[in-house]
Design a protein around this ligand. Structure first.
Ligand SMILES: Cc1cc2nc3c(=O)[nH]c(=O)nc-3n(C[C@H](O)[C@H](O)[C@H](O)COP(=O)(O)O)c2cc1C
Length: 195
């Protein structure tokens, strides 16, 4: 049995930017949830229950799906977003969910939350344009982007076997990125205890 000091263990919310059942983005998160445990517990969430953002409805008591999403962000030590690129940008469902979580203005549940991004695409470009659009949105929400080489997965459909992301080179690169997220999450947890 693998020994894990629970103080080193972080809880990460994995959000997929795709609603597709056979989504590569969601499948990548599920693969990483298996590979990163037990040091990193990744809870994978998809966004099909999130309604369209409407400021008229953005009051308490609101939609239970929104409450669950916000609570999951608050209770996590960090967030990992895996997204495809749609028309050179981020999918509407992901932007919509982030708009909900961005409110109240300047008090977003993402404020100071360590966030890492993985973009993927069938194309060679791996969704890199969506990745940069997503960074801008997260900056507007005062999230704490985890710095380091971007994780961009091109030709994603060639890197799967039996619904499992199996590109060994890519996986070791991604695990290094996840370790940076884990460290940032631990630093944030420690600084929250200090204050
Ligand atoms: C509406 C739509 C727009 C797309 N636009 C782009 C694009 O701009 N760039 C790109 O690389 N791939 C684009 N794609 C291809 C997606 O990246 C690809 O289908 C990806 O696998 C979808 O992610 P998923 O597997 O997580 O659902 C687009 C796909 C759809 C459905």
């Amino acid at each position: 049995m693998q020994y894990t000091n629970t103080q080193d263990q972080v809880r990460i919310l994995g959000i997929s930017g795709s609603l597709r059942k056979a989504s590569f983005s969601t499948a990548i998160l599920r693969t990483l949830a298996r590979k990163a445990a037990p040091l990193m517990l990744i809870d994978v969430m998809t966004l099909e229950e999130i309604p369209f953002y409407n400021e008229d409805l953005d009051r308490s008591p609101g939609s239970s799906a929104i409450a669950r999403l916000k609570r999951s962000v608050v209770e996590s030590d960090g967030v990992l977003i895996a997204t495809p690129e749609y028309n050179h940008g981020i999918p509407g469902v992901l932007k919509n969910a982030l708009d909900w979580t961005s409110r109240p203005a300047f008090q977003s549940c993402f404020r100071n939350k360590p966030v890492s991004i993985i973009s993927s695409s069938l194309a060679f470009t791996g969704g890199v344009r969506a990745q940069y659009q997503l960074r801008e949105t997260l900056i507007a929400m005062h999230a704490q982007l985890v710095m380091g080489p971007e994780v961009v997965i091109g030709g994603v459909h060639t890197k799967f076997a039996d619904s499992e992301y199996n590109d060994e080179t890519g996986l070791s690169f991604i695990m290094e990125s996840l370790e940076r997220l884990r460290v940032e999450a631990l630093v944030r947890r420690t600084s929250m205890v200090a204050y």
